[in-house]
Design a binder for this molecule. Structure first.
Ligand code: IPM
Ligand code: MG
Length: 359
C-alpha cells in the first residue's frame, strides 16, 4: 500500500515541526509496512512570498490528488499589514473551502503527565479534561453573504452574515453524534438560540438529527454559558458541536486551559476526499528556527490522520503511545517544562518519539 501525503510546512515554526512529524510518519511506515509518497505545497506567507498570493492553484491541485494533507502553521508579522484578501489566513480559509472541509475536530485533552501545566485550580484539573470540539468550518459568519462595508447615512458600516442552511447543520450534527458514539456518548450542542434566528434553526435541526442516534445523550447550551462551564467544570463535557465562530473561540479556550496548546492536534474533514491535519497552535514566529518548538501537536496530528483518513488505527495508537512514553520518561520542550524534567529541543523531541514507534 502506498499513501500519498501532501505536506504544507507553512510559516514560522511550521517547517521545523513538520520535519519531525514526517520523520515519525516515516518510522511508522517502516514499522507497519506501508509506503509513503510525499509532495510539498505552499500556503500562507510562504506562498505569498513565492507567488504573490496565499493559496496557489497548484496547492489546491496537489491536495486534491493526495490521500491526506498535513499542515504546519501559517502566518506571521511579516504579512500582517497586507490587504485582507491576500493575508496568510485567507490561504487557510480558502483551502478549507476548496477541499470542502466542513468538520473540524479539535480534541482538548489534559495529559496525565502534564497536569501541572493546567491553568485551572488543582481540584478542577484533577477531574480531568477530555473534550472533543466539533466545529463547523465552512459556513456561518466566516463565509456568509452578504458581507462587506458600505456607507449608510454618511458613515461606514460593515457587516457579516451568520447564515446556515439545514443541510449544513445536519451534516455537522451527524459528525458530532458519530464522534460521541465512539467516545462517551454525550453530545452538547452549543448555540445562542435565545437570541439568534440562525441558532434556533441550528437547535431544531440538531434535535431532528438526534432521533437517528438514540444511544447518544444530547444536551444544549448557550455559548456564553459554555465558555463559562469550560473553565468552571470542563470534565462535564464529552463532545461539543457548534458553529464556525463559536467553535473558533471555544476551541482556543478549551485548548489553552490544558496548559499545553503545543500538544493538541486537529483534523478537518469533508464528505469525501482528503482530510487536512494540523496542530492547533499557530506559527509562533518569536521562536521559529531556534529548535525550541514543540513538535508533539503535529506528531499527534499524524496520528489523527492515520486514524481518520487512512483507516490505520493501530499505527495511530503506536504514535500516541510513543508520545506518552516520551512524556513518561520525563522529556519536555520549553512550553511544557517542569521541575525535574529533561528539557529537549524540537529535533530531539521528534527523535525520541520516532525511536519509540513499535507494533
Ligand atoms: C483557527 C484560526 C483560523 C480560524 C484563522 C487563522 C483564520 O484561528 O484555525 O482556529 O479562525 O479559523
Ligand atoms: Mg482559531
Amino acid at each position: 500500500m502506498k499513501l500519498n501525503i501532501c505536506l504544507i510546512p507553512g510559516d514560522g515554526i511550521g517547517p521545523e515541526v513538520m520535519v519531525q512529524a514526517v520523520a515519525v510518519l516515516e518510522k511508522t511506515a517502516q514499522v507497519f509496512g506501508f509506503d509513503l509518497a510525499t509532495t510539498t505545497a505552499l500556503l500562507g506567507g510562504a506562498a505569498i512570498d513565492a507567488t504573490g498570493g496565499p493559496l496557489p492553484q497548484a496547492t489546491i491541485d496537489a491536495c486534491k490528488v493526495s490521500d491526506a494533507v498535513l499542515l504546519g502553521a501559517v502566518g506571521g508579522p511579516k504579512w500582517d499589514n497586507l490587504e485582507k484578501s491576500i493575508r496568510p489566513e485567507r490561504g487557510l480559509l480558502g483551502i478549507r473551502k476548496a477541499l470542502g472541509l466542513f468538520a473540524n475536530l479539535r480534541p482538548a485533552t489534559l495529559f496525565e503527565e502534564l497536569q501541572h501545566a493546567c491553568l485551572l485550580r488543582a481540584d478542577i484539573a484533577a477531574q480531568g479534561i477530555d473534550v472533543l470540539i466539533v466545529r463547523e468550518l465552512t459556513g456561518g459568519a466566516y463565509f456568509g453573504e452578504p458581507k462587506g462595508e458600505e456607507v449608510r447615512g454618511g458613515e461606514r458600516v460593515a457587516f457579516n452574515n451568520m447564515i446556515y442552511a439545514e443541510h449544513e447543520i445536519e451534516r455537522i450534527a451527524r459528525v458530532g453524534f458519530e464522534a460521541a458514539q465512539r467516545r462517551g456518548k454525550r453530545l452538547c450542542s452549543v448555540d445562542k438560540a435565545n437570541v439568534l434566528d440562525v441558532s434556533q434553526l441550528w437547535r431544531e435541526v440538531v434535535i431532528r438529527v438526534s432521533r437517528d442516534y438514540p444511544d447518544v445523550e444530547l444536551s444544549h447550551m448557550y455559548v456564553d454559558n459554555a465558555a463559562m462551564q469550560l473553565v468552571r467544570a470542563p470534565s462535564q463535557f464529552d463532545v461539543i458541536v457548534t458553529e464556525n465562530l463559536f467553535g473558533d473561540i471555544l476551541s482556543d479556550e478549551a485548548s489553552v486551559i490544558t496548559g499545553s496548546i503545543g500538544m493538541l492536534p486537529s483534523a478537518s474533514l469533508g464528505a469525501s476526499g482528503p482530510g487536512l491535519y494540523e496542530p492547533i497552535h499557530g506559527s509562533a514566529p518569536d521562536i521559529a528556527g531556534k529548535d525550541l518548538a514543540n513538535p508533539l501537536a503535529t506528531i499527534l496530528s499524524v496520528a489523527m490522520m492515520l486514524r481518520h483518513s487512512l483507516n490505520m488505527p493501530e499505527a495511530a495508537q503506536a504514535i500516541e503511545n510513543a508520545v506518552k512514553g516520551v512524556l513518561k520518561a520525563g522529556y519536555r520542550t520549553g512550553d511544557i517544562m517542569q521541575d525535574g524534567a529533561t528539557r529537549v529541543g524540537c529535533k530531539e523531541m521528534g527523535r525520541l518519539v520516532a525511536e519509540r514507534i513499535a507494533k
